[in-house]
Structures are given as C-alpha cells and as structure tokens.
Design a protein around this ligand. Structure first.
Ligand SMILES: N[C@@H](CCC(=O)N[C@@H](CS)C(=O)NCC(=O)O)C(=O)O
Length: 269
C-alpha cells in the first residue's frame, strides 16, 4: 500500500485527513499544495482534483477526493485502530457526521474568509489580483461565495445562514458529549476525527466564545482531542507558530463584531 496525500498546511479538510492517517498510524508521502500561492489551480493538480481543492489521496495510483470519503477509505485499509465503530446504528450515526461535514466545512470556510483570511487577502492584494484569483476557482458557486465574503465580510448573508449550521452543530455536540466522552460514545471514533479540524479552526480564529458559555462540552472535547498524539501529528506540526499567532491576533481584533452578530443571531433564533 502506497499513500500519497496532496494537502494544504492550513486547510481544515487536509488536517482532518492527516489526523485520520495519524490515528491509523499510516506512513504517507506528502505533496504540499500552497493554497495562498494558488497551486491548487495548477493544470497538473486540476487533473487530480477537478475542483481545485485539497485534500486528494492517491492510494496505489487511484485518486480519492472528499475528506470524509478519504477518512472512510483509509479506515478500510487495515483493521487496526478501527475508527468506524462497531454496530449498524453507530455506523449510520457516524456516516451522518461525515455527511454533515459538507455543511460544517462550508460554515468554517465562511467564518475564515469573512474574517482573518479577508483581512489578509485585502491587505496583500490589489483588487485586480483578487479578481484574477477568484476567476481561477473552477466551481462557480464557490467563486461567487468567495467574492461575496471578500466584499461584505461579516455582513455577508452567508454568515447568518452558517451561524445556524454552527449553532446546531454545537447543540448536537453538547447533547452527545453530556452522555459520553466522545461523539459516538466512550470510544474515540471517526466522527471525532471528522470534526476536530473544524472546531480547532474556530478556536484558532479566536471564536471559542461561540461555545464557551452555551455549549461548554465542545471546549472540553477540543481539549481531549488535542491531548491525542494525532492532533500534534495532523494539525500542530503543520501550523507554524508565527502564523498561528498572527491568526489569533487578527481574530482577537475581529471578535467583538463576530460576538455581536452571534449574540444577535442567538437572541432571534
Ligand atoms: N468538501 C471538500 C472541500 C474541499 C475544500 O474546499 N478544500 C479547501 C481547503 S479546506 C480548498 O482546497 N480550498 C481551495 C481554495 O481556497 O482555493 C472536502 O471535504 O474535501
């Protein structure tokens, strides 16, 4: 078995797969894609992933895309450290978490690009450079969303609709974690692997205040996930301290506006 992973250091979907590979203790060959430099739009990479996104796994020459599908794929490669729980009820519930990751990812993308990434992109590029880079995004819906987030920031309609996704996510995590240590019970599972990078991203953006009072189990679960070796291997190792500190500093500046909008959303929910 030969595993090659095309991935981005700061990409949440890539982080989720790296955590899975670490949980399974698999060796893999790294093909880093610099998303800021636009390497995801290289014609050679587009042959691997037509949407110009990471991650993409190559398993013995076959391309597998979509981070949740990749997680299930790598779990099937060997029976050790099984991430899919036993029993059909838990398996269906786990697959529902994998499916939900599509909307969770979209919400995390919204929170990232309406705040810290927007700040960085507007500071480092001319309007023409921004237009050029958006024009390279192959998926027209993703391109329109990026334009809207960069133009409108936290005032974008995406933010309000994705607050709904996040509020439901935190509520569901809270109620699962009031019953057990991990999302699928007292055994760590693929549901936890699938969600960690998204919650970690919000934390790194300085948005832990979204769950600290209302759904504190989310923070306890984040800490428990961080204490697993797979967090250091899959996430920490790929996040340079200087860039993590810069993200936190910009996030802290933007937090009062995020908090105001989040509180208004919750009050009118
Ligand atoms: N649903 C896909 C989403 C993939 C995705 O959008 N990846 C982001 C990074 S997390 C990306 O590559 N973005 C490219 C860009 O920003 O141009 C998955 O889970 O693999």
């Amino acid at each position: 078995m030969e595993l090659k992973l095309y991935h981005g250091g700061f990409s949440v979907c890539s982080a989720k797969v790296r955590v899975g590979l670490a949980e399974k203790n698999f060796a893999w060959e790294s093909f880093p894609i610099d998303l800021v430099a636009g390497e995801q739009f290289d014609p050679n990479y587009l042959k691997i992933n037509r949407n110009g996104v990471v991650p993409s796994l190559i398993d013995d020459g076959t391309v597998i895309t979509e981070s949740s599908i990749i997680l299930e794929h790598i779990d099937m490669l060997s029976p050790h450290n099984r991430l899919m729980p036993a029993g059909r009820m838990l398996q269906s519930a786990t697959r529902l978490w994998l499916l939900r990751c599509l909307e969770i990812h979209s919400a995390i993308n919204t929170m990232t690009f309406s705040t810290v990434n927007r700040h960085n992109i507007l500071a480092a590029n001319t309007p023409e450079q921004i237009a050029d880079s958006i024009a390279k995004i192959p998926n027209p819906k993703a391109a329109a969303k990026r334009r809207d987030l960069l133009d409108n920031g936290l005032a974008s309609a995406h933010v309000t609709s994705d607050f709904q996704v996040l509020a439901t996510l935190f509520d569901d995590m809270q109620s699962a974690l009031e019953k057990s240590t991990w999302l699928m019970g007292n055994e760590y599972s693929m549901a936890d692997t699938a969600v960690i990078a998204y919650i970690d991203r919000l934390d790194r953006l300085g948005m832990a205040g979204m769950w600290e009072e209302r759904t504190p189990k989310v923070g306890e679960w984040l800490n428990a996930s961080k204490s697993r070796p797979s967090y250091a291997e899959g996430i920490e190792k790929f996040t340079p301290t200087a860039s993590a500190e810069k993200t936190r500093a910009i996030g802290a500046q933007l937090w009062p506006e995020v908090k105001q909008r989040w509180d208004d959303f919750l009050a009118n929910r």
